[in-house]
Design a protein around this ligand. Structure first.
Ligand SMILES: *Cc1c(COP(=O)(O)O)cnc(C)c1O
Length: 394
């Protein structure tokens, strides 16, 4: 690489690990069969598909028949939400939060237009919902709850196990079960995902967020969950997600999760160290910054910072010119104000200057040093162009 490049946008996507590429490669050429085919080529592909399903099931404490492969995290979320609601054959009340990824949030908005009653739970200043609020929101006709495991913009961790326990108790007194889904896209490969301990009925993950390839999602569906497919075709994935399986991608996703899980604590320590170093460095060298979200109730890899008096987009542009990749909260919402920071009641003007740095365990201390060597000057130069900042300084 001719130019120094530092990638701190790992919550948008991650590089595919070299060991993963190696594991996937034969499935593009030698073992290219359709996993549904009867012959040797098909059987070889099916073997790899089954082995990947078993691997992922073991890693999340599920059984292989509870693991479904999809096309991405977004699709897993959609199948979970629409699949369960379709199986109810009636409309009712559904609950989610104000800070979901658009894959969930826009699904709920769509359902709202179709006549479902929706509760969007509030969060506190750190971006965390209260299980108490959720319990209070449950009504006679509540059918479904979806709460993300960790938020993708600020990293806030939600009390999933506590919510599951509350819903379990409510369910024990009801004829019809309220199903509980969590979007675990930002936690898979970073925290140990144990579906039994979390107590959820459905859980989504995405391969490209943990060192696997793009185009592979995983959906855990607890045995006994009433769910119907939302697309129609063949019998693939037990009919829940018809379409020829992306065998190479699935092999890669399973390998990536295995590698990530082999050293979760070690990776977490490293990522936490890098994030705290960057945070400390920013706080020491740049005045008027706000850290969005609390480190104690959040995943270790995300640092969301508002730089007052500047536009986040302008800062990202300047960083990019220095070879540093970060993002404004979510890759999909560029230009729009963040619904997550708004829900956290962040000052809307300060939120304009919010930037998300997100780490992987392959980032280094040197990279953080490099960011800290250029960031204060960039922020200063942008602030010098701001009339508000200048008038304040006079
Ligand atoms: C990235 C992301 C998704 C979407 O996953 P894709 O595989 O990109 O479709 C969903 N939820 C969260 C929290 C995410 O960060």
């Amino acid at each position: 690489m001719d130019k120094k490049r530092v990638y701190l946008d790992n919550s948008s996507t991650t590089a595919v690990l070299p060991e993963v590429v190696k594991e996937m490669t034969p499935y593009f050429s030698d073992i290219f069969g359709n996993a549904s085919s009867f012959h040797h080529f098909g059987r070889e592909a099916k073997k790899a598909l089954d082995a990947s399903r078993i691997k992922i099931a073991e890693l999340i404490n599920a059984t292989p028949d509870e693991v479904f492969f999809t096309g991405c995290g977004t699709e897993s979320d959609n199948i979970a939400i629409f699949g369960v609601l379709n199986a109810y054959c009636k409309k009712g009340h559904i609950i989610t939060t104000k800070i979901e990824h658009h894959a969930v949030l826009y699904s709920f908005r769509h359902l709202e237009k179709q006549g479902y009653k929706v509760t969007y739970l509030e969060v506190d200043k750190d971006g965390v919902i209260s299980a108490e609020d959720l319990k209070k929101a449950v009504a006679e006709d509540t059918l479904f709850v979806s709460v993300m495991h960790a938020n993708n913009e600020v990293g806030a961790l939600q009390p999933i196990a506590e919510i599951a326990a509350a819903l379990n108790e409510i369910n024990s007194k009801r004829k019809e079960k309220i199903y509980f889904h969590t979007d675990s896209v930002q936690t898979a490969g970073k925290l140990k995902i144990d579906v039994k301990k979390l107590g959820v009925d459905l859980l989504s993950m995405s391969g490209h967020k943990f060192g696997g390839p793009k185009g592979v999602g995983v959906l855990y569906v607890k045995r006994g969950t009433k769910i119907e497919s939302v697309t129609f075709g063949g019998h693939h994935e037990n009919g829940l997600r018809p379409g020829t399986e992306n065998v190479a991608g699935i092999v890669g996703a399973a390998k990536a999760l295995e590698i990530a899980n082999s050293a979760l604590d070690e990776h977490d320590k490293h990522i936490f160290f890098l994030r705290e170093k960057l945070k400390k460095g920013i706080l020491e060298t740049i005045p008027e910054v706000i850290i969005n979200g609390s480190g104690s109730r959040a995943v270790s890899n995300i640092l969301n910072v508002s730089f007052n008096y500047i536009e986040g987009e302008a800062l990202l542009l300047k960083l990019d010119m220095k070879g540093i990749a970060a993002s404004s909260g979510s890759a999909c919402a560029t230009g729009e104000p963040s619904h997550v920071l708004a829900a956290m009641r962040a000052d809307p003007v300060a939120a304009q200057g919010a930037v998300r740095f997100s780490f992987s365990y392959n980032n280094t201390e040197e990279e953080v040093d490099y960011v800290l060597s250029v960031l204060p000057e960039i922020v200063q130069s942008l602030r010098n162009m701001s009339p508000v900042w200048r008038s304040k300084k006079q």
